[in-house]
Design a protein around this ligand. Structure first.
Ligand code: ASP
Length: 450
């Protein structure tokens, strides 16, 4: 197959993103207030297609995570190895989040965003900072009292816990449970195919999501908040390009450039949807098929990471805390900052991978160090754009940890990692294989005869 065609779907997603950005900014700058554009294009067409695309992604998450996790646990084959993979990934997730927030606080203290901030200039919106759930509840909720309701409501940690329990029980039953493993493997393959199908129209979805966001937000909004915005962005860049890539290299000796190239697609999805959870299918696909992480590790680390590992979110919370303290002229001191680090790590575990939750969890951090919750109202306006950026960092952290754990367990296919073509979105993937087609036709014919 010609390389140009093979590249096309991945490149199309990036085109969709850039075109969406340009379209959104043009609408915001030149057509703001135009009733037709506003209600038919931005809140009509763009909103509808964008929302349909996000629903299509979300539709994949629960079945994909469930089946791939059951297959993954069965694929690991022994419970000690499962425990090791679990412990390693959890430790790395906590470590990267702690480094992320420390970097953010350090940079924010150096830059000092909000020091010369004019409180009167900004309208403080009514802060509806919902109460963040207490940390203890986060742990209690991991065990689903009703697994069907956990699946129906997409409660990720409970689903992960339940799927692991099913996988472990299958392992313990042994040979007799083999048909279930084969069934789960087949269903997993079907779900992966569905990911490919949804991704084949991703460029349109991405275009609409980005165009709508930028048409509504514009970039002018950023000006009064530029110092806060740029400090968060700077910390995200440092974490993404220095911390994560350095850790990847230190632990695996693999090329960080290859890693970044292969994550481009998933990052574009995370940026467009601002949801780690909705991006799980794409992250899982990139990690397993492009980076060469065996499904037994990827199926475990990716959904877990999308649920508990939020480096980008922790960064926002670190900078936001320093910013709010500066705006209100409150001194936090070393003890205060250490509390912020601890609380942000916990908040990151409790933050669901959906848009905007990081801001709600910020309430928990502010509460702990006695900063006014009204501060959240000040940064709310620019949060959507930052949410997009931090979500891209969040899922990159998940993929990095997944790669490190897989390498350590001997579950990484180096040939796949180094092959630039591996797992490329292939337009042929969405056509029925000729042999499958022939087999299906034969089966239908036989059914008719019968
Ligand atoms: N949108 C982020 C995510 O899904 C969470 C947040 O920071 O609000 O990863």
């Amino acid at each position: 197959m010609a390389e140009g065609r093979k590249m096309s779907l991945t490149i199309k997603v990036l085109y969709g993103l850039v075109l969406g950005l340009i379209t959104g900014i043009i609408i915001n700058t030149f057509l703001a207030g135009n009733a037709f554009i506003d209600s038919w294009v931005v809140n009509g067409l763009f909103h509808m297609i964008g929302a349909m695309f996000i629903s299509a992604l979300k539709m994949l998450v629960v079945p994909l995570v469930t089946f791939s996790l059951i297959c993954g646990v069965c694929g690991i084959g022994d419970i000690a190895a499962l425990g090791r993979i679990g412990t390693k990934s959890f430790a790395l997730y906590i470590l990267t989040t702690a480094i992320a927030i420390s970097t953010a606080i350090l940079l924010a203290t150096i830059v000092g965003p909000g020091k010369s901030f004019q409180m009167e200039g900004i309208e403080i919106s009514e802060v509806a900072a919902k109460d963040a759930p207490p940390v203890t509840q986060v742990f209690i909720d991991i065990i689903p009292s009703n697994p069907v309701s956990a699946l129906a409501n997409g409660e990720m940690l409970s689903i992960i816990f339940y799927a692991i329990m099913v996988g472990v029980s299958i392992l313990l039953v042994g040979r007799k449970a083999k048909p279930i493993v084969e069934g789960a493997e087949m269903l997993n393959e079907v779900m992966m195919k569905m990911v490919t199908l949804v991704m084949s129209v991703a460029h349109v979805g991405v275009f609409c999501l980005i165009a709508k966001t930028f048409a509504q937000q514009g970039i002018g909004l950023l000006m009064p908040m530029a110092s806060y915005f740029l400090t968060v962005l700077g910390s995200l860049v440092v974490h993404l390009f220095i911390t994560l890539l350095a850790l990847l290299f230190i632990f695996t000796r693999l090329s960080p450039i290859t890693f970044m190239k292969k994550m481009r697609n998933a990052q574009a999805f995370a940026f467009s949807t601002a949801s780690s959870s909705a991006t799980i299918p794409v992250t899982l696909r990139s990690v397993a098929e492009r980076l060469g992480v065996n499904n037994s590790v990827a199926s475990f680390t990716v959904p877990l990471g999308a649920t508990i590992n939020m480096d980008g979110t922790a960064i926002m919370q670190g900078v936001a805390t320093v910013f709010i303290a500066n705006v209100y002229g409150i001194e936090l001191g070393i003890a205060g900052y250490l509390t912020v680090i601890g609380m942000s790590v916990l908040a990151s575990i409790g933050t669901a991978g959906v848009p905007g939750v990081g801001l709600i969890m910020l309430a928990m951090v502010l509460n702990q160090v006695g900063l006014p919750l009204e501060g959240i109202g000040i940064i709310m306006g620019v949060d959507r754009l930052l949410d997009m950026c931090r979500t891209a960092v969040n899922i990159t952290g998940d993929a990095m940890v997944s790669t490190v754990v897989a390498k350590g367990e001997g579950k990484l296919d180096i040939n796949v990692y180094n092959d630039p073509e591996a797992g490329m979105l292939d337009e042929d993937d969405i056509h029925i294989d000729e042999t499958v087609e022939a087999e299906l036709a034969k089966a239908v014919e036989e059914t008719h005869k019968a």
